[in-house]
Design a protein around this ligand. Structure first.
Ligand code: 5GP
Ligand code: ZN
Length: 301
């Protein structure tokens, strides 16, 4: 097992992570990507049954839909939007002057219709809502996306851009809840099979500000969020998978209804692919050829 606390320097020294000069944005080596791809394959294989639809999204989404989701109420500190140059020749010259002078050349850029996706499931609710009522039995969707959260950090387990694979269930409250408990059991088994020491805990999202404290404690009280914690870096274990029950929150915002017209309930399960890869490297070492045979077989057979 690799020694703490300098997992980051070991990753950089071994050229697994290639620093770019910005905290939380790294290039990933071929070896690192090999582990990420194996985790992704496993996550896709385990959840394949019962999944009716697979969608991969780019890292940006419809800004209006992010606004509709309520994300700005809870997480204004994490949001990222895409801004564009909208000027004419004269404005272009002014912009170049600003660059030359080291002044702020971005001040006249305008936000367009894109925001950076904060979690893989955010773009899907509006899409499903536009299709009309859910079919009998609800829907299962497998999503993947690069995600952005404005959280610069030196912790390799906290990236500003990272990949998330999510299973989303929309249906009755019972369907959403039984999906989530199925995945909580599966996640424990995944950690066991990968020989990763793990704990499952009730958790809360990092809501912003004073009202956020109340939102977080209500989320905990109702056990709306669980996390699978694995050893990644530092003293505290890190959430590598999350299991969220949104009740009718998203469905009401977008008007997603079950086949009988009642508001749908939704749940999602997220795999943090880089975090899972880091947990494996941390636990089993940087030389994948030396990993326990059962772990290798599960990931690469
Ligand atoms: P959540 O929406 O529950 O905050 O995040 C879903 C999953 O994305 C988490 O369980 C975790 O695996 C992953 N994740 C969240 N934040 C980060 C981050 O800053 N860096 C990385 N690499 N993964 C993250
Ligand atoms: Zn989600």
């Amino acid at each position: 097992m690799l020694e703490r606390p300098d997992l980051m320097s070991q990753l950089v020294d071994n050229k697994m992570l290639i620093p770019t000069g910005v905290k939380g944005i790294y290039g990933f080596s071929g070896e690192f990507e090999n582990v990420v791809a194996a985790v992704e394959r496993l996550a896709r294989a385990i959840g394949k049954q019962g999944t009716t639809e697979t969608i991969s999204f780019p890292p940006a989404m419809n800004r209006a839909q992010l606004e509709d989701s309520g994300y700005l109420h809870g997480f204004p500190h994490l949001v990222g939007t895409v801004h564009h140059f909208c000027g004419d020749d004269q404005d272009h010259l002014l912009l170049l002057d600003s660059v030359e002078e080291g002044a702020d050349w971005t001040k006249d850029l305008r936000a367009g219709d894109l925001a950076l996706t904060p979690a893989a499931c955010y773009p899907v609710y509006g899409i499903v809502a536009r299709r009309g009522r859910l079919p009998e039995g609800g829907v299962n969707i497998l999503l993947s996306s690069y995600c952005f959260r404005r959280e610069p950090s030196d912790d390799p387990g906290r990236l500003q851009m990272f990949r998330m694979l999510e299973y989303v269930r929309m249906g009755t409250p019972e369907e959403a809840l039984s999906f989530r408990s199925l995945w909580i059991d599966r996640a424990r088994e995944i950690a066991e099979m990968l020989l990763l020491p793990a704990t499952m805990e009730v958790a809360a999202d990092p809501f912003f500000g004073r009202p956020g404290k109340i939102m977080a404690s209500s989320q905990r009280e109702q056990a709306l969020k669980f996390e699978l914690l694995l050893r990644v870096s530092g003293e505290q274990p890190t959430a590598c998978m999350s299991f969220n029950y949104h009740q009718a929150h998203f469905a009401e915002r977008w008007g997603i209804a079950c086949s009988d017209g009642s508001p749908a309930h939704t749940a999602c399960v997220g795999f943090g692919l880089e975090r899972m890869a880091l947990a494996l490297l941390r636990e089993h070492g940087f030389d994948v050829a030396e990993w326990p045979g059962t772990v290798r077989a599960l990931l690469w057979s």
